[in-house]
Design a protein around this ligand. Structure first.
Ligand SMILES: Nc1ncnc2c1ncn2[C@@H]1O[C@H](CSCC[C@H]([NH3+])C(=O)O)[C@@H](O)[C@H]1O
Length: 337
């Protein structure tokens, strides 16, 4: 709550633009009372978001600098505004359903809290500004100064150039649930020589709001719980998708892709957190719980990813772990019959 209010007041921008700064100066710049800012800062110092130099002067920290990035700010807003109402209802939800995990798209804590039978994305699309803010969050989630983006370490250029065969399909890279198409655009920017067509697929209300996108990335409104219309692409990219859903839903999504894949040629690249089997760090287990209360989803360990992939009639070619603390990629193929 302190971080969310400080963000509304642009306190982190002010702190980063001018450190050291005093409470009086911050009050002058924002119109908030000195009393409120002093109270916010007392706790923000304890949380490491602000550094206190002496009785009057405050300075930025590495965390306050992160809080000036549009995607990080959007993430705080998203988890706070969308998360809190669900969290407050979650204990009653679990009590009501016998302390079991949800299994579908519309039977989780989200639907209980909002008294709706819509899935979260459809619900959010009807609330002003929610999906817009969510997409700002997703577009910058990776490759922030804190950790490498997948394009910095995964050899997509080999898969999409030497490994691409236009005789099989003219499509090279289909970003399924790709939001505003930022990943396909990033691949083309970094490796402009790659061959074949690129496409972003997402729900109609996301596709229709795409304002700027490299014209080489085609757009298609497509629901991934229905049959995949692009057959035989080299890569179906599924980043930050399967963690959103319970395993039966993931099974449907993977089966729809399987039916479109050419055995031994097409790949699904699942870009997601890969949990360690034991002693999961809080940053990742926190995101596991977030997926549960927001979407009825789950973060998964390597063994869980393998189990999910195999249950959909697919095979794991390789599990890629990034250098550092980033997300991994599970490379999936369709075995020959
Ligand atoms: N049924 C569905 N069919 C297609 N896309 C969906 C569906 N439900 C949710 N989505 C999209 O799934 C995305 C999850 S967020 C992940 C966005 C992107 N792949 C990235 O990693 O940045 C959002 O853009 C949703 O709009």
């Amino acid at each position: 709550m302190y971080v969310r209010i400080a963000d509304d007041l642009n306190l982190f921008d002010l702190l980063v633009a001018k450190s050291p700064i005093t409470i009086d100066q911050l009050a002058g710049a924002t119109g908030a009372s000195t009393g409120l800012i002093a109270r916010l800062f007392r706790t923000l110092v304890g949380m490491g978001f602000v550094r206190q130099l002496d009785h009057e002067r405050f300075a930025s920290t590495a965390v306050s600098k992160q809080m000036t990035l549009p995607s990080v700010r959007a993430g705080v807003k998203f988890f706070y505004d969308q998360g809190l109402p669900i969290l407050s209802h979650a204990p009653a939800y679990f009590k009501d359903n016998g302390y079991r995990l949800p299994e579908g798209m519309i039977d989780g804590p989200f639907q209980f809290a909002h008294d709706t039978s819509e899935d979260c994305y459809t619900f959010w699309s009807k609330q002003a500004g929610v999906m817009e803010n969510f997409n700002i969050f997703m577009q910058g989630l990776f490759g922030t100064p804190m950790r490498l983006g997948w394009l910095d370490w995964f050899p997509i250029q080999d898969i999409c150039s030497a490994g691409f065969d236009k005789e099989k399909s003219e499509y090279c890279f289909v970003d399924v649930g790709g939001g505003k198409g930022h990943e396909g655009e990033a691949v083309l920017k970094k490796f402009p020589y790659v061959q074949g067509k690129f496409m972003v697929q997402d729900l109609p209300f996301v596709i229709k709001d795409i304002a700027h996108l490299d014209p080489r990335v085609e757009r298609l409104a497509h629901d991934f719980t229905t049959p995949q219309p692009v057959k035989g692409a080299r890569v179906y990219f599924l980043q930050n998708i399967l963690h959103n859903w319970a395993s039966p839903v993931c099974h449907t999504i993977l089966s729809n892709l399987r039916a479109a894949m050419i055995p031994g040629y097409s790949k699904i690249l699942i870009g997601n957190i890969i949990l360690s089997e034991e002693n999961v760090p809080l940053r990742r287990s926190g995101l596991d719980i977030a997926m549960l209360f927001l979407h009825s989803g789950a973060q998964r360990s390597e063994a869980e990813w393998r189990g999910l992939v195999v249950s959909a009639g697919l095979a794991v070619e390789k599990v890629w772990y990034p250098p550092g603390d980033g997300d991994g990629i599970v490379e999936v193929t369709r075995p020959s019959e």
